[in-house]
Design a protein. Structure first.
Ligand code: HEC
Ligand code: HEC
Length: 484
């Protein structure tokens, strides 16, 4: 597949010679680090800067100028360094809207009432724990980190006539929650070429106590809330850059096609999808409007009616928190908050094992989709994010990852087998930020290694090469992924 012209800028590193990308001596983008960072941070986040090599190697700046040298619980919660004061203030306001619980209407909580009537969680942060990944409800809990999209069997991709587009497992008093989600584990044994055995687990979904009629013969797609670091940088990549990486008919014959997801966003934007596991929303505003509406039950100027179908009469009659329950200004603050979240720096850069893993990541073909380096365009309100080199390890394109990961439900133009390549920045910190974090779209993989073993379809050849590595090589590749 064709990759757009890359510009790799790199510091003075002993391992530079082994890097699989072309090198140039372009000057690194200067960004304030360490000390100045605390000032750019909302009061709720306690940064724990570690002793990073100084100056931080350019290649470790996964988020370019939006990189911060942090690890620990709050590693995903900092604003990009060097933002103007008005952007820092907007970040703090957005942060409060992101973390605080919405409450049932009517309530005195100024501008924070209107939760539900049907909903999944009462705050954004419930599903994006400390701005990281949501928790999978293994014991049937509610309000953790997943959503389940629904379609009737006979109308793939359409909302369910009775239950709507998303299962709501919580409701305000007087309204029945739609159903309880149950995950029944299925284990699948396997073996590496060197004889080492492993076991993978996925779930069969069951819907208990459906309150509005039968819910057995449906198409469904369970997704876990993602880490939000760097989403503003992904938004800043030009459409042209994504289109240049597409190869829908696999003209270069490498077995990997990849196509951009053309969508109409929840905010009405027609463009290329970037957000969500199937790249179904094109802008952060669109993602926020959709989350407010379906996940929290908060109406907005764009989505003025509650997410309830005509048969859910108690829900339709429930008191409202205002019409609409949130205005565009607050939606803008929430989108801004997500947009400027900083990316933690890569750790252990230069470590022999990590650098061997970096080579194996390219040699096994992972970089065909998890593209190490991209350049943003000029189309972003954040000046510092314009025309900069970032290392997201994604192409943001849809790929067919095979039957094993397919969920049999269309989402826009994405088929049940297609998934957006997820960015890998922050990967090694996911479990630091949320110890219950898991991998892949439905969190079925308990470890990074399991996530790789689930790859199929366009990634089948790459997975096969991984299977043939010996134990030391596998450990090196995993050490590299853990350093991201
Ligand atoms: C009930 C759980 C839940 C709640 C509550 C929730 N989200 Fe999400 N969020 C998700 C899931 C699941 C996805 C992936 C959606 C998909 O695959 O289409 C997601 C995706 C996102 C993304 C895109 C990330 C990426 O890398 O593409 C952003 C940004 C986001 N959410 C922001 C928010 C904001 C802001 C709120 C509050 C208004 C919120 N979310 C509330 C579960 C949730
Ligand atoms: C054909 C494109 C493609 C190739 C090649 C590929 N991946 Fe992926 N990768 C994806 C997609 C798409 C997903 C999301 C799948 C899902 O969630 O169901 C993914 C998910 C992952 C995840 C889980 C990320 C998360 O946030 O949970 C990891 C880790 C990963 N890939 C690593 C690798 C490694 C290592 C290789 C090489 C051995 C590789 N991938 C090769 C497309 C690819």
């Amino acid at each position: 597949m064709s990759v757009p012209a890359r510009r790799c800028s790199i510091g003075v590193l002993p391992f530079a010679a082994v890097l699989p990308v072309a090198l140039s001596l372009a000057a690194p983008t200067a960004a304030p680090f360490g000390a100045s960072n605390a000032a750019d941070t909302a009061s709720t986040a306690t940064p724990s800067p570690h002793a990073a090599p100084s100056p931080l190697a350019t290649i470790a700046r996964l988020g370019g100028p939006a990189t911060v040298a942090v690890e620990g619980l709050h590693a995903f919660s900092l604003a990009a360094p060097g933002l103007p004061a008005k952007h820092r203030r907007a970040f703090s306001v957005g942060n409060a809207f992101f973390r605080d619980n919405w409450v049932i209407a009517p309530a005195s909580a100024e501008g924070r009432d209107g939760l539900g009537p049907l909903f999944n969680a009462n705050s954004c942060s419930a599903c994006h724990m400390e701005d990281g990944r949501g928790t999978v409800p293994l014991e049937g809990e509610v309000g953790l980190g997943v959503v389940v999209f629904l379609s009737p069997r006979e109308a793939d991709g359409e909302p369910h006539p009775t239950y709507g587009a998303q299962l709501h497992d919580q409701a305000i008093p007087g309204v029945e929650p739609e159903a309880r989600l149950r995950l029944d584990p299925v284990t699948i044994p396997g073996r590496y070429s060197d004889g080492t055995s492993y076991e993978l687990t996925r779930w069969d979904l069951a819907f208990e106590n459906p309150a509005y009629g039968p819910l057995d013969d449906v198409r469904h797609s369970m997704r876990v809330g993602q880490q939000l670091v760097g989403v503003g940088l992904l938004e800043a990549i030009d459409d042209g850059t994504l289109l240049a990486m597409e190869d829908p008919d696999d003209r270069d014959g490498d077995g990997i096609s990849g196509r951009a997801h053309r969508v109409v966003g929840a905010d009405g934007t027609v463009g290329l999808g970037r957000f969500g596991w199937k790249a179904s929303q094109p802008t952060l505003e669109a993602q926020v409007i959709a989350a407010l509406h379906e996940d929290l039950g908060i109406t907005s100027p764009t989505r003025p009616h509650e997410a309830a179908t005509s048969v859910q009469s108690a829900a339709l009659a429930a008191p409202s928190g205002g019409s609409p329950e949130i205005d565009d200004h607050k939606i803008g603050r929430l989108a801004h908050y997500c947009r400027v979240l900083a990316v933690p720096a890569q750790r252990r850069v230069g470590d022999l094992k990590v650098e061997q893993g970096r080579e194996l990541f390219a040699a096994t073909g992972c970089t065909a989709c998890h593209v190490p380096e991209l350049r943003t365009g000029a189309n972003t309100p954040i000046e510092a994010f314009r025309e900069v080199v970032i290392r997201p390890y994604t192409d943001l394109l849809l790929h067919d990852l095979g039957e094993g990961l397919a969920d049999d439900r269309r989402d826009g133009e994405a088929s049940g087998r297609e998934w957006r390549t997820p960015p890998l920045w922050g990967l090694g910190l996911l479990k630091v930020v949320n110890p219950d974090a898991r991998f892949l779209h439905d969190g079925r993989a308990a470890t990074i290694e399991e996530a790789i073993l689930w790859h199929g379809g366009e990634a089948e050849a790459s997975r096969a090469r991984f299977m043939q590595l010996d134990a030391d090589e596998r450990a090196a590749l995993l050490a590299f992924l853990e350093s991201l």
